[in-house]
Structures are given as structure tokens and as C-alpha cells.
Design a protein around this ligand. Structure first.
Ligand SMILES: [Fe+2]
Length: 400
């Protein structure tokens, strides 16, 4: 091991209204038969623009629109079958984190001939893919996961009802397209979920023990940009300036965390979201203020910066004073997009006794993810259990 840092990014990132029409020429330089990976709704809404651009550039296409939120091993396998049936040599993902992650996973499984489960970090470890993968172009339609620029894949293993991670530089898409016109149809609920997921990426990258100047610059810019523009995009989804700014913010946040790491919130959010059936960004937003309160003493300077970036403290405030304002400012931003108002419609909150029976297993899963070890204050299992209970009393009890 060396202490060398590595910065990864797509070869080309296009941002702007109408940029979706560029996907054809970008992919024509990289392949000739594309598997287009999407949800059925994604193809209905935006498929024509993507397919027209690919066909005009001379590519043949096969569509796989069987992806659903939280893609499963079976969805990846169905996509691999379509990839081979179409004799494809490249991939185009159309959608948010789920289709993009599915396309990454299809590329890995198709190129290696090995089931995607075998490439998970808990089996193969990190950065174990060595062969070249099919070129991937990601046309993003949400302002959230940043998956179009990251080296991670999240897949649900339906056999165990858990999610696993694949992490490799090889899966970073070659091309990312960020067209605000494609995000305009995202409803307010999912604008809030995906935007708060992005905010969490930026905050966790900034406080991570893996942070370094290249990730810091992106994390700081993302926090400021998302704080300013997410409430505007949530209020008026047709405001294309706000949509473009949040797209850039989530891209910067994705690049920040993939070149540093996420931390305790993401470690806790996966089992928490799975048990309560919460969308990923909502799970993050429920946990984030409590985890920030817990973590402040591990790095008050960084949390003071975050409070200042959110406009909740001044340059002149001492770090220890400013740092205490980070959690309330984050909670205010979540409330500005009515995040906790979505709990009744989007969560299955059990009674406290049932929930208390789950926290031991959730804490174990959170620790096993490795993410808590990157937190400024590293918790043991009991501390994570206490945090889960604290979150219930603070944020969930009224929604049981
Ligand atoms: Fe996330």
C-alpha cells in the first residue's frame, strides 16, 4: 500500500439543455451496437430522444427496459442476456442511479462471464476487475446519486434481501450526459430524495478520513450549490436553471465521494432503508442531522466549514461554535424540501419495540459496510445502536 491518491472521472462530461442529442456521436466513437438500459417509464419519457440520437449516429440498438428501482441480480442477468442476444459492444444507461448501476453491472457480468454477485466487495474485495469493460454512456435523469461519475454499483441480492456493492475504477462510465430538460419531469418527492442524497455525498466526502484537496474542492462547491438551488428546483420543477445547478451539484458531490469516500450516514442508511422500505435519499436525510451531531467532536473544523457553506455561521465565528450550527442548518435544508413530510407516504415505520428489536442487526450491517471507519468519529456497535434509537425518537416516532 502507498499513500498515493487517485482521481477518477468519466472521459467526457456534457452538461446543458439539449445535451442528450450528443449521446449518439459520443457513443459512435466507442461502439456500434448499444444496449440501452432503462426503466419502462424512462423509455416512455425520454427513449425517443436517446434512440434517435444513437440511430442518427449509425448505431444499432437493443433496448432493455426491465430495470426497476433498486435493481436486483435477476434484472442484471436479464440485461446480460439482452446484451448477448443483440451482439452488443457498448452500453447506454438512461435514468437515475438504478438504470446506471444496472448498466454498470451488466457490463461487468457480460465482459467477465461471471455473475455480478461474485464481484461484490464482500467476496472479491475492492478494485479487483482488471479486464476492459464495454464502453458505457450514462444519460442522467435525476439529480442525486452521481452514479454517472462514480466507481460504485449497488445491487440488491433478492435471495437474501440485502444490497451489495461492487467498487472498481473500471466501472466509471466513459461518457456522462447531464441534460436538465430530462430532469424536469422528476416529481417534488424524488427531487427532495435525490437532492438530499447528493447533499449527504458532499458532506460525507468533506468530513471523510479519505478526503484530500481534489475531493474537498468538489465537496465544498456541491454543498453550496445544492443548498442554494435544491429548494428552488423542488418548488418549481420546470425551472431549468435550478435543475441544471442541482445536476452540477450532484455531479460534483458524486465526484467528491467517489474520490474520497462516504461515511457513517451511508453505512447506516443501507440496512435502515431496507428495514423501513425507505428511498435511499430519504433514509440519508433522516439519519444525517443525528449523525452530524454525533460526529462533530471528531472534526469540528470541517463541520464549522459546512455550517459556513450552508450560511449558518460566519467566518468570524470560532470553529467550535460554528460547528454546532451544522446539524440544525442541515435539518432546515431538509425541511425546506419537506423531506420529513414524505415519511408517511414512503416509509413503513414500525412501533418502537419492534424497531428496537432491529437495531442490533442494523448496526452490525452498518459496521460490516466499512463506511463507519471513514467517519471523523468512529463508532462502535453500541454507539450505532444508540444513534438508531435516537433517530427513532427524534424523527420517526410521529410517523409510526
Ligand atoms: Fe447515496
Amino acid at each position: 500500500m502507498t499513500d498515493t491518491n487517485r482521481f477518477v472521472a468519466p472521459d467526457e462530461i456534457l452538461v446543458g439543455r439539449g445535451s442528450v442529442t450528443e449521446i449518439g456521436p459520443l457513443m459512435a466513437a466507442r461502439g456500434s451496437r448499444a444496449l440501452v438500459v432503462a426503466t419502462a417509464g424512462g423509455i416512455d419519457r425520454h427513449g425517443d430522444r436517446v434512440l434517435d440520437s444513437l440511430h442518427a449516429a449509425g448505431l444499432d440498438t437493443t433496448v432493455y427496459d426491465g430495470v426497476e428501482p433498486d435493481p436486483t441480480v435477476a434484472m442484471v442477468e436479464a440485461g446480460v442476456d439482452r446484451y448477448h442476444a443483440g451482439d452488443c459492444d457498448c452500453l447506454v444507461a438512461l435514468g437515475g442511479g438504478s438504470p446506471i448501476d444496472a448498466a454498470k453491472a451488466i457490463g461487468v457480468a457480460a465482459a467477465t462471464g461471471t455473475p455480478i454477485r461474485e464481484h461484490a466487495t464482500d467476496r472479491a474485495g475492492y478494485e479487483t476487475l482488471d479486464g476492459p469493460l464495454p464502453p458505457l454512456g450514462a444519460v442522467n435523469t435525476t439529480a442525486g446519486t452521481g452514479s454517472e461519475a462514480t466507481r460504485s454499483i449497488v445491487v440488491t441480492d433478492e435471495a437474501t434481501a440485502t444490497k451489495f456493492l461492487v467498487v472498481s475504477t473500471a466501472v466509471v462510465p466513459e461518457v456522462a450526459v447531464e441534460d436538465p430538460e430530462l430532469v424536469a419531469s422528476l416529481p417534488p418527492s424524488h427531487t427532495a430524495f435525490t437532492g438530499i442524497d447528493a447533499l449527504t455525498h458532499a458532506i460525507e466526502a468533506y468530513v471523510s478520513r479519505e478526503a484530500w484537496p481534489m475531493s474537498d474542492t468538489l465537496a465544498r462547491a456541491a454543498i453550496q450549490r445544492l443548498a442554494r438551488w435544491l429548494p428552488v428546483a423542488w418548488e418549481d420543477g420546470d425551472d431549468l436553471t435550478a435543475r441544471e445547478e442541482t445536476l452540477i451539484g450532484q455531479l460534483q458531490a458524486g465526484q467528491a465521494f467517489t474520490n474520497a469516500s462516504v461515511a457513517l450516514v451511508h453505512g447506516m442508511a443501507r440496512p435502515f432503508g431496507a428495514q423501513l422500505h425507505l428511498p435511499h435519499g430519504l433514509a440519508n436525510g433522516v439519519l444525517l442531522p443525528a449523525v452530524v451531531d454525533y460526529s462533530v467532536e471528531g472534526n469540528p473544523e470541517r463541520y464549522a466549514d459546512i455550517a459556513r457553506l450552508l450560511g449558518a455561521a460566519d467566518e468570524g465565528d470560532a470553529d467550535r461554535t460554528a460547528a454546532t450550527q451544522a446539524a440544525p442548518a442541515i435539518r432546515d435544508l431538509c425541511e425546506a424540501v419537506s423531506l420529513y413530510g414524505y415519511l408517511d407516504a414512503f416509509a413503513d415505520v414500525p412501533d418502537r419495540e419492534t424497531y428496537a428489536g432491529l437495531v442490533g442487526e442494523m448496526a452490525e450491517d452498518a459496521l460490516a459496510s466499512g463506511s463507519p471507519a471513514n467517519n471523523p468519529r468512529v463508532p462502535d456497535r453500541e454507539a450505532i445502536e444508540r444513534l438508531y434509537l435516537d433517530v427513532y425518537d427524534r424523527a420517526l416516532a410521529d410517523h409510526a
